[in-house]
Design a protein around this ligand. Structure first.
Ligand SMILES: Cc1ncc(COP(=O)(O)O)c(C=O)c1O
Length: 417
């Protein structure tokens, strides 16, 4: 048995990032300054967006976006249950109510038909009793799970008809794009695909600054509000005050937050950004290898790779066919780990967490698809710099586990093929 251990993720940072960090340290300006401004401009032009505001996490970007859009206590926002904590918690920061929406069983993306149903159920008093049927629904936060874009034109049109804003949780979606048809131009997430697109540069994301995020919008007023609120609600930041362009004075115009990104972090981001497509192609190559090898394994369903998408391949989430396996997902994950394959699960849906169960009374039957599919989810390692022996080890381990734990009826099908 191989002794190779494949991590779930290994960051790809190198000499360019290191040299730029040293240059930032030696410049004498460590906090938000010229490198952050350059990072914002380069990121905006990489996605084709107008205004980019750099912050110290993807969560901060989401919080600033919903605040700038005027989210208030008692309002409600449609949020997928199949997501990370941050997507819904920012709604709670402002005292608003996340209305959880189910996902598509294959893409794991927010199901607009269920979003529609949740709006009807709200007015009919069929949602959990803790959600007042009179709550004003103001927006929707789709999540591009793993970097696969939920069709932005459909989502925007659907939201616009109902008077809702759209904030994209694009934590996984750089660089990700879509197009209407094979000969239509690509549109990247952030190029006016919503009111605000919020990216994450957390350590294991597609590009990293250690911790960091970016809010991108076409709306200059939203950008200005997010920028002000990202630094205590001050009328101008320290770089503006001390770089010779501005006055020493500032005014507090709102009780803002401390969400600004440092120049040290931006130093990493600038070079990650330059290599973003090269790193995406490396992940895509791993995804293609997995697709090729796994398409003949009957015990798993593969992540969809639809045409008219550039997929960031932040994640490679497979769905186990539990009807064809003699072990459950948790046992499968344990076996992967003991065979040296790092893996994860994205995610236990929000309605299966105590806070959302107990605060709002969400029941498994309210979100049947997420309730079922999450018990089958496993995310396999996918990162740039993954070596050939590592990819092969993941593939061979998956093949071996699926054969070893295949139900007898499936085995006979396999033998007769
Ligand atoms: C879908 C999703 N949204 C938001 C976030 C939050 O990003 P950050 O960790 O940069 O705050 C994450 C991070 O893992 C995420 O996966």
């Amino acid at each position: 048995m191989s002794t190779l251990r494949v991590p779930f993720f290994r960051p790809d940072v190198g000499g360019l990032e290191r040299d730029e960090i040293v240059a930032a340290l030696e410049s004498g300006w460590l906090t938000t300054g010229p490198r952050v401004r350059r990072f914002e401009q380069s990121f905006a032009s990489a996605v084709g967006g107008s205004h980019a505001v750099a912050v110290n996490s993807g969560t901060a970007a989401l919080h600033l976006a919903v605040e700038a859009l005027g989210l208030k206590a008692g309002d409600a926002v449609l949020v997928p249950s199949m997501t990370f904590a941050a997507t819904a918690e920012v709604v709670r920061y402002l005292g608003a109510i996340p209305i959880l929406v189910d996902c598509d069983p294959e893409t794991l993306l927010l199901d607009l038909a269920d979003a529609e149903k949740k709006l009807v159920d709200l007015r009919a008093g069929r949602l959990p009793a803790a959600i007042p049927r009179t709550a004003r629904v103001v927006g929707v936060i789709p999540v591009h799970v793993g970097g696969l874009l939920l069709d932005p034109s459909l989502t925007r049109a659907w939201a616009r008809r109902r008077g809702l804003w759209v904030v994209e949780d694009a934590a996984h979606a750089f660089p990700s794009a879509w197009r209407l048809a094979p000969n239509a131009p690509w549109q990247f997430c952030g190029a006016g695909t919503s009111d605000v697109a919020c990216f994450s540069f957390y350590a294991n994301k597609t590009i990293t600054t250690g911790e960091g995020g970016m809010a991108v919008t076409e709306d200059s007023a939203l950008a200005a509000r997010m920028r002000t609120m990202s630094l205590h609600g001050l009328s101008q930041d320290a770089w503006e005050r001390y770089s010779g362009k501005g006055s020493w004075d500032y005014q507090i115009v709102a009780p803002g937050f401390k969400y600004n990104l440092t120049d040290i972090a931006a130093a990493i981001g600038l070079h990650q950004l330059e290599r973003a497509e090269e790193m995406r192609l490396a992940r895509e190559a791993v995804a293609r290898r997995y697709h090729g090898a796994f398409s003949s394994i009957d015990e798993i369903d593969l992540p969809p790779d639809p045409p008219n998408r550039i997929h960031s391949w932040h994640l490679y989430p497979i769905r186990l066919r539990l009807d064809r396996l003699s072990i459950d997902r948790n046992a499968f994950v344990e076996e992967l780990k003991s065979a040296g394959v790092g893996c994860s699960v994205h995610w236990r849906p929000l309605h299966r967490h105590p806070y959302y169960e107990q605060t709002f009374g969400w029941r498994p039957a309210d979100l049947p698809v997420s309730t079922e599919v999450w018990t089958r989810l496993v995310s396999l390692p996918i990162f740039p710099g993954m070596r050939e022996d590592e990819v092969r080890h993941v593939i061979e381990t998956m093949e071996e586990l699926c054969i070893r734990h295949s139900k007898p009826s499936t085995m006979s099908l396999r033998a007769s093929r």
